[in-house]
Design a protein around this ligand. Structure first.
Ligand SMILES: NC(=O)c1ccc[n+]([C@@H]2O[C@H](COP(=O)([O-])OP(=O)(O)OC[C@H]3O[C@@H](n4cnc5c(N)ncnc54)[C@H](O)[C@@H]3O)[C@@H](O)[C@H]2O)c1
Length: 376
């Protein structure tokens, strides 16, 4: 009998930690993706959670082992700790494990030095999900689609509220699934008596496609949705087409200074526009192409009311920077599925470009702890 030349790799061990950031119901690994990974030889432990959108039992049913929440700190060092959001800000203890998460510490964010120092002090390693990129240098997984999807939902809800109700729009909660959200929006549009006209800029991107998908699912006819991307804006703004629409949803990825899409003067004049959803949410960026407002909004207070010289039409702006949290189940499922092919390469991560580049970036960022001007 021939002897197999395949080396037997030790199983990759993933440890899904419970999220501690308030209001975070999403998960980096869905039960469906865990099932695929386990079939591929992975061993997965999942911390019990009372906040995660997936029940503990859903993970157990696909073969994950449940462990107490927060117990990753005592996990054996060959466990790779997987999470989504930052670790609690007040912690300073060294981090000896390999972590996969969005650590938000590579761009000089508040507290970046403390976070990176924890890794270097513990001899740990960070694979930051924001910088896990394929050969074309595109992120392997991002939450953009459901950011646009949720942003469009807030926009339509806000517009319907203007037609149907008095007073401020109520706070927004999260939805157990998208069907519930869609049904609610359909009823609101029906009560409003007509479909809104919607303008999406950045329509070809992740957020833009999500915004269009939501609008279509809510029953807005395709001819009511104006879909613009870089080709349509290259002549330079501002654009009359934006104030001709009822709802403007901005989904562009801003990289350079561009002329504004809309100005305060346009808001003062005659317009149909009564809702702006800035999914890109760059209110403090000096290149922000929507210079009509300057503060983010929240799920509790989703809309800013702009004061304009046009007293006939209200103008509300939504600028929530964590929109995917509104649909934690679908957002997590899609993210985890996008991440799956890269996760499968973890057993050979020292040869896989995505992981190699992410590790090199981590070491380069750690080197800037002493010399911040070099990289942050
Ligand atoms: N609010 C939130 O919760 C949230 C969540 C995720 C992402 N975002 C933000 O949304 C933005 C878009 O992210 P994405 O993942 O969809 O990016 P993406 O790269 O997938 O898509 C961006 C699109 O914008 C287009 N674009 C760029 N400049 C343009 C211009 N001047 N005119 C017209 N179109 C232009 C691009 O061609 C592309 O199609 C980013 O700023 C991202 O940080 C926000």
């Amino acid at each position: 009998m021939p002897i197999s030349l395949q080396s037997t790799q030790p199983a990759v061990k993933l440890w899904l930690r419970d999220e501690t950031k308030p209001m975070e119901h999403r998960a980096c690994l869905s039960p469906a993706v865990c099932q695929e990974l386990i079939a591929d030889g992975f061993q997965i432990k999942v911390e019990r959670s009372t906040v995660r959108i997936f029940n503990d039992a859903e993970y157990e049913a696909v073969g994950c082992e449940l462990v107490p929440n927060g117990s990753w700190r005592e996990a054996p060092l060959d466990e790779i700790i997987v999470g989504l959001k930052e670790l609690p800000e007040n912690e300073t203890s060294p981090l000896p494990h390999t972590h996969i998460m969005f650590a938000h510490c590579y761009k000089g964010q508040d507290g970046w030095r403390n976070v990176l120092s924890r890794f270097s002090n513990g001899n740990g390693l960070l694979y930051d999900l924001e910088f896990l990129e394929n050969e074309q240098r595109k992120r392997v997984a991002a939450f953009g689609f459901y950011a646009g999807f949720a942003g469009a939902a807030v926009g339509i809800s806000a517009w319907c509220h203007q037609q149907n109700e008095q007073g401020p729009h109520p706070p927004i909660g999260y939805y157990p699934n998208e069907d519930e959200l869609i049904a609610e929006l359909k009823a609101k549009i029906q009560k409003a008596g007509r479909n809104p006209r919607i303008m999406v800029i950045g329509a070809l991107g992740r957020c833009g496609s999500g915004a269009i998908d939501l609008a279509l699912k809510a029953g807005v006819p395709t001819e009511n949705i104006l879909k613009w991307d870089i080709n349509e804006t290259k002549r330079g703004g501002p654009f009359q087409e934006i104030i001709d629409a009822d709802i403007f949803i901005n989904c562009i990825y801003l990289t350079t200074r561009i002329p504004p899409f809309i100005t305060k003067e346009m808001c003062d004049g005659e317009r149909n526009l009564s809702v702006v959803v800035d999914v890109s949410c760059d209110p403090n960026n000096p290149f922000n192409p929507i210079p009509i407002y300057n503060a983010s909004t929240t799920f509790d207070n989703p809309l800013l009311t702009l004061s304009t010289a046009n007293k006939e039409k209200p103008l509300h702006v939504c600028a929530i920077d964590h929109l995917p949290s509104m649909l934690p189940r679908e957002a997590s499922e899609r993210f985890a599925l996008d991440l799956l092919p890269t996760l499968k390469k973890l057993s050979k991560r020292h040869e896989a470009g995505e992981w190699v580049r992410a590790e090199e970036l981590f070491h380069a960022k750690v080197a800037t702890i002493e010399h911040p001007d070099d990289g942050n």
